[in-house]
Write a protein that binds this ligand. Structure first.
Ligand code: DX5
Ligand code: ZN
Length: 216
């Protein structure tokens, strides 16, 4: 499978979300990556449902919604109503992960699971078959523009092996500090989806930057 590129709107110009959404529609981006932060699970607040609704009205590609919030079960129905195609919750925020993943799927979405940099991938050995997408955080979640954590390569290889061993079909997504400097090595290690915020939106020509990432 050709790798997918999911630009993160966290780095977009919030005063021009329609413009930036249309740029993504007309680019080689595969998904819109949407970061929802609650100021509790992570030390930052991004945006919530009204902003997601506004983006959703312009987006013509699947919405990949990454919840950095405590107790995400409270809002699974709401994100389904807001057209999320993939809903990702954090391992560290779910006491009853199996139930949360089943609820996401029963609402018609793909179920994603994100792991913080310190969370080992072997913890997923009894749940990997229930996960459509595993999101490896390659920075500590909460902010865009941070440096990529090099240990991520080892985690990609380990989770790829687990997916193969268990006969799962889970996609591997990398989130944080992705640039043209690490995209190739990540893909070679087994990544299927690359999230990129600052590298895309802070570049001179985001459309070209997306095309460049896609071609790597
Ligand atoms: C971080 C978010 C990321 C962020 C990535 O908590 O989950 O999606 O937007 O931004 P960059 O690509 O700038 O590291
Ligand atoms: Zn994210």
């Amino acid at each position: 499978m050709k790798k997918l590129i999911a630009p993160s709107l966290l780095a977009a110009d919030f005063a021009n979300l329609q413009r930036d959404s249309e740029m993504l529609n007309n680019s080689e981006a595969d998904w819109f990556h949407i970061d929802i932060m609650d100021g509790v699970f992570v030390p930052n607040i991004s945006f919530g449902m009204p902003v997601l609704k506004a983006i959703s009205e312009h987006a013509k590609k699947p919405l990949d919604v990454h919840l950095m919030i405590v107790d995400p079960d409270r809002y699974i129905d709401t994100f389904a109503e807001l057209n999320a195609a993939i809903l990702t919750v954090h391992y560290e925020a779910c006491s009853h992960l199996h139930r949360s993943l089943q609820k996401i799927k029963s609402c018609g979405m793909k179920a994603g699971l994100a792991l913080n940099p310190h969370t080992p991938v072997h913890l997923l050995e009894d749940i990997i078959q229930d996960i459509d997408l595993v999101c490896l955080m390659s920075v500590n979640p909460g902010f865009g523009g941070q440096s990529f954590i090099e240990n991520t390569y080892a985690k990609v290889k380990a989770i790829k092996q687990l997916i193969i061993d268990k006969g799962a079909t889970t996609l591997i997504e990398i989130d944080g500090g992705v640039t043209d400097q690490n995209a190739k090595a990540l893909t070679e290690a087994g990544a299927d989806v690359l999230v990129a915020g600052s590298f895309v939106f802070k570049s001179d020509n985001p459309t070209e930057t997306i095309a460049r990432l896609k071609a790597i």
